[in-house]
Ligand binder design. Sequence first.
Ligand SMILES: *Cc1c(COP(=O)(O)O)cnc(C)c1O
Length: 355
Amino acid sequence: MHKKMFIPGPVEVKEEVLAKMATPMIGHRSKEASQLQRSITEKMQRLWYTKHQILLSTSSGSGLMEGAIRSCTRKRAAVFSVGAFGDRWYKMAKANNVPADLFKVELGQATTPEMVEEVLATGKYDLITITHNETSTGVKNPVEEIAEVMKSYPDVVYCLDTVSSAGGSKIPVDELGVDICITSTQKALALPPGLAICTMSEKAVSAAREVEHRGFYLDLLALYEYIEKKDYQYPSTPSLSHMFALDYQLDRILAEGLEERFARHRAMAEYVRNWAKTHFALFPEERYCSDTLTVITNTRGINVGELNKRLGERGFVISNGYGDLKEKTFRIAHMGDVTLEEVKELLANIEELLP
Ligand SMILES: *Cc1c(COP(=O)(O)O)cnc(C)c1O
């Protein structure tokens, strides 16, 4: 039996979107391939409210995260982490011999504009990474406030991980001053895993030109130059199947309406938060709670693994806490094409199973 996915990726994918993955192949050097990538670019630019170039990578989101920190750090990167996915960016820097420092907060807390200001004021850094929506703790960082700080640092490349929020939360990339905004297909965009997408600003391009060893497959400058010079093509063979599905899913997303889609995510988040406060407690501070997933503190000491097993028998799956937060918290994702009605049905089932 298929279990309906309420985990923070992969999420449920509509059958008609899955079917697009079975589109007959085209040559990756054909005009049709250029047209497909151009079409995706225009739609992603609308989703992210950006004029910057859009890059695709046949990897998951982690690929572009690694590519970004390696390709664009000239001097030293400041990695702001509020959990496991922020930490990942630091590990990537270390693994690639990119000079970096890690700035962490207590789990459940956010990166504040004050922290960013204090770190950048040292003048040591020319790239920062921020996690928009930390999937291990359910924290959405205050990127609007951080954007104000970034205005004073026009030479710093700003990388933002929106892997679990793009397509669910409004992320106006240009207004926020983000240079490299990264996501992947299997979360709020509601596609199968396997493709990553990012923006790349002129500033990021100039930075990459100054970096000698950018790697090869995940060299953001190489991806960018192929698009610019080879008419929206890709240096190696991309997952055309994902591209067909993404192009189609972006039509569906735009047909729903961006504002409507973000409002649906907010409504689901509010519902789950209220439910969590009634039956358990919220893990993050409420003002920093994510629109796309809710991390709930297991105040009743239930056996989360057991609950999930029972839910599975009923055709649902949720997530245990991430890493050290396993059993101490559990996570309910409400992202992608899932509806409030479906979320209510899930919560009703959980209630029936609670001791
Ligand atoms: C899932 C996730 C990632 C990793 O993305 P992959 O596509 O699995 O590589 C990175 N950051 C956040 C916030 C995520 O939720």
